[in-house]
Design a protein around this ligand. Structure first.
Ligand SMILES: Cc1cc2nc3c(=O)[nH]c(=O)nc-3n(C[C@H](O)[C@H](O)[C@H](O)COP(=O)(O)O)c2cc1C
Ligand code: SF4
Length: 450
């Protein structure tokens, strides 16, 4: 597999600071780039002051929900208020289709993630950090474990212990409460909330859960200064930079660190080189596979939460996957639905049954055996899923499918009129979405089976 292009575009290098083509994997290389200086400064501060600085920066979660990181940390009770250990769990499950930024952090700047963990541990007065890493991420795990071993040997961890826990390859284990269940050795299924993890997380103890990129941004926030950081990007709500995951039918795919607020068009055409082979852009999988698809008329939307939100889109985990005019949108919707059907944990009925219905109806549309009323049925099934499930996975299946039906209804109708796919065998979803039956099983799962 070709190496992923990882570059800073259009703005300050924050998460990727110091990375100029050569990974900062060794402790010496990271320290030469100013690494662990912010940890020393944070440890000299009162923990509440550190939380105050993260709040001031208005850093928000990079895992998908965009929740304010400092506020979440402030929900964790202080040790004098609770006689239980306090935990941090870093979400390195990274399974959202189209997302491949956390892996690059762990490969390119693993010590910055560790520094972020240690600063967060100081801020919430925790001595126990788990990093839950996706099972398929073997090289990433080795890179991170190597950095952790070196930091530990150098005495940088102090009284904090960091443990890397490898998952076994389930998308649902990225959902924070399913992750906690899995970490405790149970079946990875979401818990009912409340109580929220800040009060009752790992082993029923207060737990701060954050995405890899969120935690890795903390040293950058402190290095920049929270007030200055809050001016970068699209303040006041979408501050700082993002690691945008640009992929699909685009000339120069890769992970690009750029400020919030650049437009989708600028990212795709100027930074990414546009759509190859003179093809037309047909749609963009925006934010991740869990969200409504973007149509070409909205390409000038700024990539920040508010601007996207006004048009019904989500920034999600920074995904921008380009779909060109060779791709059948019904096939795309079918593959998305198949993915969620495959990954549904089965705990609640609308998701378990609804995703199967979506696949069945979409398959009939693709084969040309569906009727006009089946398009309404598709939307009705989506409606019966959205907002009616225990976790957001159900909505994540229904929202993109509903958006494809409403925004590309003529293409759906063409399937019905022609009795099959108008693209024949020519539609290509190459570089976009592997069919579910091609999903590789993880080395961990294979070990368990043998
Ligand atoms: C089905 C599902 C899968 C998710 N997968 C991930 C994931 O792989 N990585 C991640 O950071 N967050 C994922 N999330 C979001 C987490 O539940 C949680 O909001 C996030 O880890 C919080 O970190 P943040 O506040 O730093 O974004 C997922 C959510 C759902 C519903
Ligand atoms: S929405 Fe789906 S994945 Fe989430 S708890 Fe229900 S069945 Fe499981």
């Amino acid at each position: 597999m070709a190496a992923t292009r990882v570059t800073v575009a259009d703005g300050p290098a924050l998460v990727l600071a110091g990375y100029e083509g050569e990974p900062l994997r060794s402790l010496a290389s990271y320290q030469a780039a100013g690494g662990y200086e912010q940890l020393a400064q944070a440890r000299a501060q009162d923990p509440q002051q550190v939380i105050g600085e993260i709040i001031e920066s208005n850093l928000r979660g990079r895992g998908g929900a965009f929740f304010p990181t400092g506020r979440k940390a402030s929900f964790i009770p202080t040790p004098d208020k609770i006689a239980k250990p306090i935990y941090i769990t870093v979400n390195a499950d990274e399974s959202e289709p189209g997302t491949f930024k956390d892996r690059e952090i762990m490969l390119k700047v693993p010590h910055r993630l560790i520094e972020g963990c240690l600063i967060a541990a100081h801020a919430i007065q925790s001595r126990n950090v788990y990093i839950y890493i996706r099972g398929e991420y073997l090289a990433e795990w080795e890179s991170l474990q190597g950095a952790l071993d070196e930091a530990r040997a150098a005495g940088i961890l102090g009284e904090v212990d960091i443990v890397i826990h490898r998952g076994a390859g389930a998308y649902i284990c990225g959902e924070e409460t399913a992750l906690l269940e899995s970490l405790e050795g149970k079946r990875g299924q979401p818990r009912s909330k409340p109580p929220f993890p800040a009060i009752s997380g790992v082993y029923a103890s207060p737990t701060l859960i954050n995405n890899v990129e969120s935690i890795t941004t903390i040293p950058a926030v402190l290095a920049t200064g929270p007030a200055e950081y809050a001016k970068i990007g699209a303040p006041p709500d979408s501050t700082g930079t993002r690691l945008f995951c640009l992929s699909g039918n685009v000339e120069r795919p890769g992970v690009y660190e750029a400020p919030h607020g650049i437009t989708a068009r600028h990212l795709i055409y100027d930074i990414g080189g546009g759509v190859p082979d003179g093809r037309e852009l047909k749609a963009v999988m925006m934010g991740g596979s869990s969200f409504p698809v973007m149509t070409p008329g909205d390409l000038d939307t700024a990539l920040d939460a508010n601007s996207l939100g006004q048009k019904g889109y989500f920034i999600g985990s920074g995904v921008v996957t380009v779909i060109d005019d060779r791709s059948c949108i019904v096939q795309f919707a079918l593959r998305v639905a198949q993915f969620y059907m495959h990954e549904s944990c089965g705990k609640c009925t609308p998701c378990r049954v609804g995703t199967r219905w979506l696949v069945q109806i979409l398959r009939a549309v693709e084969n040309g055996t569906a009727q006009e009323r089946d398009l309404e049925l598709l939307l009705d099934v989506c409606d019966r899923i959205i907002g009616k499930c225990l976790c957001v996975l159900g909505d994540s299946a229904a929202m993109p499918v509903a958006s494809c039906v409403t925004k590309f209804r003529e293409e759906f109708r063409a399937h019905l009129a022609q009795g099959g796919c108008p693209f024949g065998g020519d539609s290509t979803l190459d570089h976009l979405f592997a069919p579910v039956d091609q999903h590789a099983h993880t080395p961990v799962a294979q070990e368990a089976l043998s």
